[in-house]
Design a protein around this ligand. Structure first.
Ligand SMILES: [Fe+2]
Ligand SMILES: [Fe+2]
Length: 386
């Protein structure tokens, strides 16, 4: 009917059920097509006369799939009641705010409740994340000159190698959960998707920095991989984001600020600054989401504490931060092999550890842990930093 059905639907929309619409058409066979269309749409077809090809009597079924369709919340999360606490799983991939035709396939989301995933800051953090995306090729001045020093370069490569394996964990842990989250919580999916893209860029820039002067990557230790694997093995979203984002990425913020301050070359300093900006958002979402969940489920606090203790026990036989990484950090912070510089570098790494512990304690307090609990849990956090 070459689109004539659009015109018919529009005209019928304004008629009451039982109302008659006279149809004129010039195309041959139009009446035949119209008869078929009316049958399909539940309208009555009445033979025409010399003025009209046919009459269409509006049927009651013509609202069809729209009748009884339920609105899946509202698209704008800022509107009251926009985001449901418990959206039905069978809304599936439907846009939030869509009219949902009843029926359809069953979806299953293990993260289906708002308080399992939501954070009040998620819509804002997503907007910030998109606005703050940087291009590794142009955001970093890779050609900025600095003096080549083979041992310093090896230390940088060791730290980069260590950072990359942490980034791989930070990429795959949220990726595990993203398909378990109900798409109704659109901003959370979007934010995690961009977070994963952030980690992909971090892997890129650290790899590039490690090898840009032709050197090899450093050592990846068993204890590092053991520590990170416990994050990937954690099946509970709240616990995984607590261990990864609040404690791990939170601790990494201090490490990145340290590198921004103390790395011996401008390229590494610039990379550390850009990566830290992204990580601050990852931490903010982890904290925001757990704060939200804790308002309805205060017992979660006990489970979070247990998760830290459990991980500590699981890793108690491991070596913690590798001496290769530790020594590399000291050398970077020293900036030279002079004995007094090395002593200063060592002192800076001790200060870094203190700052990490204090940062974790402050974040734990934001989640409602008492000072004493926060200090205790902070001390139990993996010595591998993430
Ligand atoms: Fe990262
Ligand atoms: Fe991250």
């Amino acid at each position: 009917m070459s689109g004539a059905h659009l015109l018919l639907k529009r005209a019928l929309r304004d008629l009451p059920v039982g109302g008659r619409l006279g149809v004129r058409a010039s195309a041959r066979d139009f009446a035949m097509h119209l008869r078929g269309w009316c049958r399909e749409q539940g309208h009555e077809f009445v033979e025409g006369d010399d003025q009209f090809v046919a009459w269409v009597v509006r049927g009651a079924a013509s609202e069809g799939r729209w009748r009884g369709a339920e609105r899946a919340g509202l698209s704008d999360a800022r509107e009251n009641g926009a985001v449901y606490a418990d959206p039905p799983a069978d809304w599936g991939f439907a846009a939030r705010g869509a009219a949902i035709e009843a029926g359809g396939p069953d979806f299953y989301y293990s993260l289906q409740m708002k308080d399992q995933v939501w954070a009040e800051n998620a819509p804002k953090l997503y907007a910030q994340a998109v606005a703050a995306q940087w291009n590794p090729q142009t955001a970093i001045n890779w050609d900025e000159p600095f003096e080549a020093d083979e041992e310093m370069e090896r230390a940088v490569a060791q730290v980069m190698t260590y950072l990359i394996e942490n980034e791989n964990a930070a990429l795959q842990v949220p990726a595990r959960f993203i398909a378990q989250i109900h798409p109704h919580f659109r901003e959370v999916l979007q934010l995690l998707a961009v977070q994963i893209a952030d980690e992909a860029r971090h892997v890129e820039v650290f790899t590039r920095r490690a090898t840009m002067r032709g050197g090899d990557m450093g050592l990846s230790t068993v204890s590092g991989r053991q520590s990170l694997k416990t994050l990937l093995d954690e099946p509970d979203f709240a616990l995984a984001s607590f261990l990864l984002s609040v404690l791990g990425e939170g601790t990494f913020l201090n490490l990145l600020w340290f590198l921004e301050r103390h790395a011996p070359d401008p390229v590494t300093r610039q990379i550390a600054r850009l990566v830290a900006q992204d990580e601050a958002r990852h931490v903010a979402f982890g904290v925001g989401h757990l704060q939200y969940q804790l308002t309805t489920d205060p017992a979660l606090r006990g489970r979070l504490a247990m998760a830290v203790a459990r991980r500590h026990d699981a890793l108690s036989h491991t070596a913690g931060l590798s001496e290769e990484v530790f020594d590399a950090l000291i050398l970077l912070a020293a900036g030279s092999w002079r004995a007094e510089d090395i002593a200063a570098g060592y002192a800076r790494v001790q200060t870094l550890k203190d700052e990490m512990r204090a940062g974790r304690t402050a974040r734990l307090e934001k989640l409602g842990f008492s000072d004493a609990e926060a200090a205790e849990l902070s001390a139990l956090h993996t010595r591998n930093f993430m």
